[in-house]
Write a protein that binds this ligand. Structure first.
Ligand code: ADP
Length: 589
């Protein structure tokens, strides 16, 4: 059955009850009124009959038939009533409507028979004289207590019916007016009852659509007011809970997106249901576009796909290192199955940690240890060899012994240099880490001059001239001892890797947002393939030449660290056979 509004339940019911009552009351009152009207008419006819009775007076008047007839005709016209005088024999003496001589004997008429018996006679029946239904009331005509005839008054029922019809018409008209009024009133009452409910329904719908901030108005009716209050209370609690959930969700999203680890949540149907920014970056996909996609399509790397598939079926958490991007990246992958409250497996959570840098550092550290050992091993082996030679007798040959000791001393110097450079490097790293390298804005010309002076003897020995071009007022933010050390290393290299009698230029200038110090030489130059690794520890283009010229392989690594401590950098441009330009980029004042 179709659902109807409350209004259409209430209104027809009210209307039906009212109409039934109205019809019943109208029918009952019409019936009562008709009886009352007929009674009144009968009484009226009786009075009129008595009027004729009074006018006739006694037996004597009855002897004058024509007079009686005329009386009936005159009074009948005045009272608009048919009056008839009948003798005890049934013979009609006078009549308002007819000639008595033509009328038949009325001795058999019921009203006549009652009246002749001394009572008031009454009858409603068809009149053959009149040709329609009549109401008859007959009274006995007495003279000194003796019944000498009957006076009958009658009225056509059509006249009574007409009067009643007028009454019925007015009653129906009034009833219709009342029904209309009642219909309107019923409608308004039904509306008054259903409107607050309608308002509550609209408010509840608003709540259902998520608008919980607008409260429901409280209706006047006690029960509805309680309902509205309960709904408002429920909405307030719901709003609090939703807000708490939103906050919680936002917090989780913030935590997820700010995580360095990549996080992927996959459901049991292998659909990606959550992916944070780091995860999307590691997989090289768009986080929004990948959501709800099959994980086999999202993850391109076969190694990682294999790990995820294993995690999807594993009962316990699994952890593994997975190399992706053709081995260029190493991920520490962790997979844990997701379970709902009842413990059913609903998917898997994968956490990816990019350990590429860590692995590179480990690699570097291993290389560094190997390099240091190798660097130290060469002079130590040499020293050990000469010491053993001396001990096995060479000590007794003064000429050889002195020669051997000189070599030993040289190797010790070399060891010393390597250890000095290693110590400088580690001190630099530690100081930079602890923020103990202080920079001050100062003129740099003096620092450059000192560095060149330090290298002076070596330069002179090779007949190399070192020129300085630096504006006297050029200022930069520097740590003077470190900058001097970096320049000494660069100028020392320029001397080492240049033929005799060449020229070296140290130029400093302000270039845009930085101060650049260039060390230009006309030396051997460096092939392009060596340039990317040139600033690594112990990296040498030509190990033999480097060692022969007393190089430790750490000079440029130190320069790089010093540049970084100055929040700058070191770059190199080189043409093999023509020379190199090493540039230190520093911050101006
Ligand atoms: P080393 O102590 O061997 O000089 P560095 O770290 O100072 O170590 O330099 C690394 C390598 O870079 C050197 O072995 C050398 O081959 C190359 N190199 C450095 N400076 C120059 C330069 N001015 N000209 C040519 N090669 C250079």
């Amino acid at each position: 059955m179709g659902r109807k509004k409350l209004l259409w339940h209430l209104f027809p019911f009210f209307l039906l009850v009212t109409l039934v009552t109205l019809v019943a009351v109208s029918w009952y009152s019409a019936r009562s009124w008709r009886l009352f009207f007929l009674e009144q008419t009968a009484k009226d006819l009786e009075t009129r009959a008595h009027l004729v009775e009074g006018r006739i007076g006694g037996q004597a008047a009855l002897a004058n038939g024509p007079w009686v007839d005329k009386l009936c005709k005159d009074l009948g016209k005045i009272t608009a009533t048919r009056l008839t005088v009948i003798l005890p024999s049934g013979k009609v003496l006078g009549d308002t409507e007819e000639d008595p001589a033509k009328m038949d004997n009325h001795g058999d008429r019921p009203e006549f028979r009652q009246a002749i018996g001394g009572r008031v006679g009454m009858s409603t029946r068809f009149s053959y004289t009149m040709g329609h239904e009549q109401m008859y009331v007959a009274v006995p005509l007495k003279d000194q207590g003796r019944i000498i005839g009957v006076v009958r008054a009658s009225l056509a029922m059509t006249a009574i019916g007409q009067a009643l019809r007028v009454f019925y018409f007015k009653t129906i008209l009034g009833g219709l007016a009342i029904a209309l009024l009642v219909a309107l009133l019923s409608f308004f009452i039904s509306r008054r009852l259903s409107d607050p409910l309608e308002n509550l329904k609209r408010g509840a719908l608003r709540f259902a659509q998520g608008d919980l901030s607008r409260k429901l108005p409280i209706p006047q009716t006690d029960e509805l007011a309680s309902l509205a209050e309960v709904l408002n209370d429920m909405a307030a609690k719901l709003e609090d809970r939703i807000n708490a959930l939103i906050r919680q969700g936002q917090m989780q999203a913030a935590v997820l997106s700010s995580m360095i680890e990549g996080v992927l949540a996959i459901d049991a149907e292998q659909r990606l249901i959550a992916l944070n920014r780091a995860g999307a970056r590691l997989l090289g996909v768009d986080p929004q576009a990948s959501l709800d996609q099959n994980i086999q399509e999202v993850v391109q790397d076969s190694g990682l796909r294999w790990f995820i598939n294993r995690a999807l079926v594993a009962r316990d958490p699994i952890e593994e290192e997975v190399a992706i991007s053709e081995g260029q990246r190493v991920l520490q992958a962790h997979g844990t199955s997701l379970r709902d409250a009842s413990g059913t497996n609903i998917g898997v959570l994968i956490v990816l940690h990019d350990v590429t840098h860590l692995r590179q550092l480990e690699h570097l550290r291993r290389d560094f240890v190997a390099n240091v050992s190798h660097e130290l091993k060469t002079p130590i082996t040499s020293i050990k060899g000469f010491v053993e030679t001396l001990l096995t007798g060479a000590l007794k040959e003064p000429e050889n012994a002195e020669n051997f000791l000189r070599i030993i001393a040289k190797q010790v110097d070399r060891l010393n240099e390597i250890i000095d450079d290693l110590l400088s490097l580690s001190r630099l790293e530690q100081d930079a880490e602890r923020g103990r390298i202080f920079l001050t804005t100062q003129k740099i010309q003096g620092v450059l001059e000192t560095a060149i002076q330090v290298c002076g003897p070596k330069a002179q020995a090779k007949g190399i001239a070192v020129h300085l071009v630096c504006p006297g007022d050029l200022r930069a933010r520097v740590n003077a001892p470190l900058l001097e050390q970096a320049l000494v290393n660069l100028v020392d290299n320029a001397i080492k890797y240049s033929e005799a009698n060449r020229e070296i230029r140290v130029e400093a200038e302000r270039a845009g947002p930085e101060v650049v110090i260039r060390v230009k030489d006309q030396g051997s130059g460096i092939k392009p393939e060596h340039l990317p690794r040139l600033f690594e520890r112990f990296y040498r283009v030509d190990s033999g030449r480097s060692r022969a010229s007393g190089g430790t392989g750490l000079g440029l690594a130190i320069v790089k660290h010093i540049a970084q401590a100055h929040l700058g950098k070191v770059t190199v441009v080189s043409t093999p056979g023509q020379g190199s330009i090493f540039s230190l980029h520093l911050l101006p004042d």
